[in-house]
Design a protein. Structure first.
Length: 134
C-alpha cells in the first residue's frame, strides 16, 4: 500500500512541476499593427429634431461603406454617468492605416457632402486623432 501511495505522490509532483514549468513560459502574442484613430464628438443644436440627428447618424455611418480608405468604423451615443461630456452626445471612431488615408478622407467628396448635411444641426464638435500602440 505504501508503494502505491508513494507512486501516486510522485506522479502528482511530476504533474505539478510539469504544469508550473509550462506556465512560466512567456505567452506568444501578436502585436496588432498600429492604426490611426480619428475620434469625432458632436453636440447637436437644441432645436435639432430627432429625425435630423438620425439623418446625420445614417450619413456618417454610410461613409464606412462609401470610402474605402476607412479601415474600421464604430459609433455610439454617450451614456456615461459622470456628466463630463460637456454636451457632446455622439462619438464616431474612424480608423485609418495612415495619415495620408486620413487626409484624403477629409477632402473626399462623400465626406464633404456629409459635412454639408451635418452643418445645419451641429452646435459643437471635437476631433482628436491618435496612433494606437506605443
Amino acid at each position: 500500500m505504501k508503494k502505491i501511495q508513494s507512486f501516486a505522490i510522485a506522479v502528482l509532483l511530476l504533474i505539478c512541476v510539469s504544469y508550473s514549468g509550462s506556465q512560466a513560459q512567456a505567452p506568444t502574442t501578436k502585436v496588432p499593427p498600429k492604426v490611426l484613430r480619428h475620434v469625432v464628438l458632436f453636440k447637436f443644436k437644441d432645436d435639432a429634431k430627432p429625425e435630423d440627428v438620425q439623418k446625420v447618424e445614417t450619413f456618417f455611418r454610410s461613409l464606412a461603406f462609401r470610402i474605402p480608405l476607412i479601415k474600421d468604423f464604430e459609433w455610439g451615443i454617450n451614456n456615461s454617468p459622470e456628466n463630463l461630456n460637456q454636451g457632446l452626445t455622439h462619438c464616431f471612431l474612424v480608423t485609418f492605416a495612415s495619415e495620408k488615408d486620413r487626409d484624403d478622407y477629409l477632402v473626399h467628396p462623400d465626406h464633404k457632402s456629409f459635412v454639408e448635411v451635418l452643418k445645419p444641426y451641429l452646435d459643437k464638435a471635437t476631433v482628436i486623432d491618435y496612433w494606437t500602440g506605443k
